[in-house]
Design a protein around this ligand. Structure first.
Ligand code: FAD
Length: 464
């Protein structure tokens, strides 16, 4: 389609999918994203069914000079999937997953969710690292790194990404692989949505499950730092087989004995990346660190583990502000700070977590992927989650204060770009997050998107 001087009617005629504008019955549903705080009104939402629709939408936006938002799973907390007044390229109908069990490859459409990938791959006893919540988008999570349970043995999502099909800013479809446009594949491994619309991903698969050992002993926050210090030292010795985080939350629901309901707690949550029975034995000491508020541990199906946390985070219901930073290591002072921040969280829906990195994540050299240096041992994330708009200030202030306070323990000021707050400090922090890789990314951006059409993201400026 030649989009010069074309109207939305011409766009409608060119694509095979729905083109939704204000006044259409589905407009409000289509513009809604996971964070209930985000309320933006795109001029046009193109609900693509395949690469050709995406190509038309990109050419249309480029020719009209309209801002572009790309919607994968819609989970970005800054709301980068939806724009004010521009073109929202919505991939939510493109969720196909094709598995080649012999070559151990999954081909995944650009709008797929992790549950689509997990269910299709587990039929063959295979998996690729995903995130912790099954309805997060594969695209956004992968393109900025992707941290999940399987990272101990198999690394980040980008470490298993072998190829991609991308619609670039001029509306053409290109392949990125080791043989074709390897610079683009490198940039997609951490560089976010800067380089085009990824309509297809190819991931390497590994044998997994069907059952895995999931450990989740829950201790009251009043137990203090000792169990967390034990966990830190224990998992550090097994970082290549235990995918783990210490998650602070508020005990809620009938799964907890009455005396603990409403109390602040922490879970030492782990997935053993190997034989389930072996994992059960290895992880047992984490379940013997004092009186527990609950213990959700057990051998269970990998697909079920991938959905365990879903109910904590229903789409569209909450207002959210999330920040994270990488930590060099996890000294006692940082643990004390994490406990104090958890105690001060103003909302019972809020979570905060200490994530162990290391293992296979740390084995990838800084220059091998756009993400950069992997020597951070840990990550600290603060996920402010609340319901009432009147509480916005208190919750955003809590998350920012905790995040700023943890700077003492940071890893060269680098942040995880998938937890971007509301994007307010994107410019400075994005550059720092990539470190020495930024200049190379900027040159690749200039090659594939010289006009910075794809800028509603953790933006990389095209090199002059
Ligand atoms: P979207 O909002 O749809 O997209 C975000 C951005 O990604 C877009 O603006 C665009 O820049 C880019 N993008 C999306 N699709 C495409 C595409 N097809 N082509 C090119 N660019 C695209 N992160 C982790 O690492 N591990 C976790 O376990 C984890 N858990 C989470 C749980 C919840 C409940 C939430 C809300 C977030 C979680 N995250 C996690 C963070 C998550 O990785 C980011 O929110 C990510 O942006 C979500 O991707 P998405 O496709 O759903 O997002």
């Amino acid at each position: 389609m030649d989009a010069r001087n074309t109207s939305i009617d011409d766009l409608r005629a060119a694509v095979s999918c729905a083109v939704i504008t204000e006044g259409d019955a589905h407009y409000d549903d289509a513009r809604r994203v996971w964070n209930g705080m985000i309320d933006r009104r795109p001029a046009v939402i193109v609900r693509c069914l395949g690469p050709e629709d995406v190509m038309c939408a990109v050419r249309f936006a480029g020719a009209q000079g309209l801002p572009v938002a790309i919607r994968g799973g819609g989970h970005n907390v800054a709301g980068h999937a939806v724009c004010e007044g521009g073109v929202m390229i919505d991939l939510s109908e493109m969720r196909g997953v094709e598995v080649d069990p012999d070559r151990r490859i999954a081909r995944v459409e650009g709008g797929a969710l992790w549950k689509d990938v997990d269910s299709a791959t587990q039929v063959h006893g295979l998996a690729t690292p995903g995130g912790l919540i099954s309805d997060t988008g594969v695209a956004g999570l992968t393109l900025s790194g992707g941290i999940g349970w399987l990272r101990a043995k198999h690394g980040l999502c980008i470490d298993c990404l072998s190829a991609a099909e991308v619609v670039t800013a001029d509306g053409s479809l290109v392949r990125a692989s080791a043989d074709e446009n390897p610079d683009l594949l490198w940039a997609l491994k951490g560089g976010g949505g800067n380089f085009g619309v990824v309509v297809g991903f190819e991931f390497d698969l590994f044998p997994m499950g069907p059952e895995v050992m999931f450990a989740a002993p829950i201790y009251p926050l009043s137990a203090g730092p000792e169990p967390i210090r034990f966990w830190r030292d224990f998992v550090s010795r097994h970082a290549d087989v235990i995918g783990t985080l210490c998650e602070f939350s508020t005990a809620d629901g009938e799964d907890f004995p009455e005396e603990y309901r409403g109390q602040k707690v922490f879970a030492l949550a782990c997935v053993y990346n190997g034989d389930a029975a072996e994992g059960e034995t290895l992880l047992q000491p984490l379940r013997e660190l004092g009186p527990m508020a609950a213990d959700f541990s057990g051998i269970m199906k990998y697909v079920d583990v991938q959905q365990l946390f879903d109910t904590l985070m229903p789409a569209g219901e909450f207002r959210c502000y999330w920040k994270a930073r990488y930590l060099k290591d996890l000294p006692d002072g940082m643990i004390d700070q994490a406990i104090a921040n958890a105690a001060a969280a103003p909302s019972p829906n809020t979570l905060s977590s200490l994530w162990c990195m290391g293992g296979a994540v740390a084995k990838v050299p800084a220059e091998a992927t756009a993400l950069g240096d992997r020597s951070m041992g840990w990550m600290y994330s603060l996920d402010g989650v609340w319901s009432d708009p009147a509480d916005d200030d208190a919750n955003v202030t809590w998350a920012r204060k905790g995040w700023e306070g943890s700077a003492t323990y940071d890893h060269e000021g680098r942040i995880y770009l998938n937890f971007p707050g509301h994007g307010e400090d994107n410019r400075e922090l994005t550059k720092r997050a990539f470190g020495p890789n930024y200049a190379r990314l900027s040159a690749i951006k200039a090659k594939y998107d010289p006009g910075n059409l794809f800028r509603l993201n953790q933006n990389i400026a095209p090199a002059e």
